[in-house]
Design a protein around this ligand. Structure first.
Ligand code: DX5
Ligand code: ZN
Length: 221
């Protein structure tokens, strides 16, 4: 499975969005991670349906939509996504996780279940046929700039082993939260293959966007 980079768009300076998108296209970035927060499932508010519509008009890069909203099944059809896009819903966000995942699949997109740091791997047992990937939160969702929850490294490793043992080698593992240059390497060695790049890597103020992307690629590709 090849490694994919998914820059987190909530970390972009919105007045410079055009320039960022052009750089991502030029650098052949795999995915764009879009955090949607409803102020209820998580405290914070971020982007919404209009933003996704706008970005779909701007670029052909596939989207990686991360829904941190309660009862996503009631709102999924408000979001513009389709083939090649990844859409994740949190295990705890609905009593109808199976229905939500299948609504994503019916639209031709790739369903993912997202697990908070405190959520055990075992909850995916009956969802393995309904997902293309699992989003392992490596910080508690809601805010950029947090520190890695260390126990999640072991969790990624156990998850990869579990998926392979069950014959689901094709299910991908995405990591989100404090995916710094150093942590990305450890996460990759543990078995992750989709990396959400935020303030601790691609958007780090210590260097330019291009140089950060090059550095990230050297580690992951
Ligand atoms: C969490 C967010 C963050 C962020 C990633 O819900 O998805 O993980 O965008 O950026 P950093 O690297 O700041 O954690
Ligand atoms: Zn996210």
């Amino acid at each position: 499975m090849h490694n994919k980079i998914s820059p987190s768009i909530m970390c972009v300076d919105f007045f410079e969005l055009d320039r960022y998108i052009k750089t991502f296209e030029h650098e052949n970035i795999d995915l764009l991670h879009i955090d949607i927060m409803d102020g209820s499932f998580v405290q914070n508010y971020t982007l919404g349906t209009d933003f996704i519509k706008a970005i779909k008009h701007k670029t052909n890069i596939a989207l990686d939509i991360h829904l941190m909203i309660n009862k996503p099944e009631n709102k999924l059809n408000w979001f513009d996504f389709g083939e090649n896009d990844y859409v994740s819903v949190h295990y705890e966000s609905t009593p109808h996780i199976h229905r939500a995942l299948n609504m994503i699949k019916e639209r031709g997109a790739k369903p993912m279940v997202a697990l908070n740091p405190g959520t055990p791997i075992s909850v995916i047992e009956n969802l393995l046929d309904d997902i293309d990937a699992i989003l392992v939160m490596t910080v508690n969702p809601g805010f950029a700039g947090q520190k890695l929850v260390k126990s999640t490294l072991k969790k990624i490793k156990s998850l990869r082993e579990y998926l392979d043992r069950e014959g689901h080698e094709n299910i991908e593992i995405e990591v989100d939260g404090n995916v710094s240059f150093e942590n990305a390497k450890l996460m990759m060695e543990s078995g992750a293959n989709i990396f959400v790049a935020g303030t601790s890597s691609v958007f780090s103020k210590e260097s330019t966007l291009n140089k950060n992307i090059e550095k990230f690629k050297e580690i992951l590709y």
